[in-house]
Design a protein around this ligand. Structure first.
Ligand code: PMP
Length: 393
């Protein structure tokens, strides 16, 4: 067995050789030409990968996805603001907690586990309060606890109809699921490095629309905490985009080299081709799970994310499966959603691995082998054939 597991959890994930090489270079200072070139290009490329308008502002700070969530909430939300939370699982719940701590009046629209609330129910919740009284709508593009992907288009449209900002948590989606920020009219799309962007963990990323920045600037209550304040970071990010160094707090320089390499790699492939490869790999893995008789948590096919699968344990199998798969050299994740935690497991398939059928195959075979270890009949070769048929189609 290899000396380390193949990372098929929903982040951190395997990174490409090019990203690894960039990350492994001696760390530059924040003033060095090498860093300045990478940071400048990465900021411009973020707009392209996000599909964001030239007037939008990308931010990259050291931290994880939770920091990107907190930074967004802390800049936009003032005490007493009304926020609508589309709650599809564990990470929506986390956002709700943050919003409440910031003093927002939060209305939640929920759906049963594995489903998303209908756009009509979201529109009805917004319509229940006076016109113009909503500050923002928050939704999770792909909920990592259920593998459910929602359709951001209708939600962004409904938010705009009610004068609310539309904020999407793309931590398990950005660069792995279609999302065209400008065309959607979304105001913030936030993520972390260790998921579909295909980088090591350690940076929080987001792009804010002009409207979102204006909302921060128009803030009447106390400013957000210093490190979280977009206005602390704005001059620094603007300076780097103009090719000038600036300092507010030391940037994660090695991560910025990796970010630049990763975004260049995606854009050289082309966004459309990149997303198509991700989508195909997602469908291939789903075909393998179907062949193995594993039931997905998302209740309808169109809700299944391309970036990860959440799968119920078959009868007679429990969380021991995750350990058995691990013994076969492949790391997958246990359940996370509190309502079904012990009943399912999760497999990430995003980023670099979507271009590596051999690694996808190892994963399918490890899952099939794990099932066999626990006394189930599972045809790994047949499951991989089902996946390969999708990949080759
Ligand atoms: N949102 C979603 C959808 C996530 O999947 C995660 C991480 N799994 C987070 C937020 C939090 O990100 P992090 O763990 O990087 O803080």
């Amino acid at each position: 067995m290899p000396d380390r597991p193949l990372l098929m959890i929903p982040g951190p994930i395997e990174v490409s050789p090019r990203v690894l090489a960039a990350f492994s270079a001696p760390p530059p200072s924040h003033l060095e030409a090498r860093l300045m070139t990478a940071f400048r290009r990465a900021l411009g490329n973020m707009r392209r990968v996000w599909g964001a308008a030239p007037s939008s502002q990308p931010f990259v700070v050291a931290g994880s996805g939770t920091l990107a969530m907190e930074m967004t909430a802390a800049n936009l939300i003032e005490p007493g603001d009304r926020a609508l939370l589309v709650n599809t699982g564990f990470f929506s719940q986390r956002m709700g907690e943050m919003l409440r701590r910031l003093g927002a009046e939060v209305t939640e629209v929920r759906a049963p586990v594995g489903d998303t609330p209908s756009p009509e129910s979201v529109a009805a919740a917004l319509a229940a309060k006076p016109e113009g009284s909503w500050k923002a709508l928050f939704a999770t593009h792909v909920d990592t606890s259920t593998g459910v992907r929602l359709d951001p288009g209708p939600l962004a449209g409904i938010a705009a109809d009610h004068g609310a900002l539309a904020v999407f948590d793309g931590v398990c989606a950005t660069a792995g699921e279609p999302f065209d920020m400008a065309a959607l009219g979304a105001d913030v799309y936030l993520t972390a490095s260790q998921k579909a962007l295909g980088l090591p963990p350690g940076i929080a990323l987001l792009v804010a629309s002009e409207r979102a920045l204006a909302a921060r600037e128009a803030r009447r209550s106390a400013p957000p905490p210093y490190y979280l304040d977009w206005l602390s970071w704005l001059p620094v990010h603007r300076a780097y985009e103009e090719g000038k160094p600036a300092y507010f707090a030391t940037p994660a320089t090695s991560h910025l080299l990796a970010l630049d390499a990763g975004l260049e790699e995606i854009l050289e492939e082309g966004m459309a081709a990149h997303l198509a490869a991700q989508e195909r790999a997602g469908r291939a893995m789903q075909a393998a799970w179907e062949a193995l008789g594993l039931e997905p948590v998302p209740v309808r096919r169109e809700l299944r994310a391309s970036t990860l699968s959440a799968l119920y344990f078959p009868p007679g199998v429990d969380a021991a499966l995750v350990a058995r798969i691990g013994e076969r050299g492949v790391a997958v994740a246990g359940g996370l959603h509190p309502e079904i935690r012990g009943r399912y497991f999760r497999v990430g398939h995003m980023g670099y691995v979507v271009r590596r059928p051999d690694l996808l195959r190892r994963t399918v075979e490890a899952v099939a082998g794990g099932l066999q270890d626990l006394g189930r009949t599972a045809d790994g070769a047949g499951a991989w054939a089902a996946a390969e048929a999708v990949l080759g189609a």
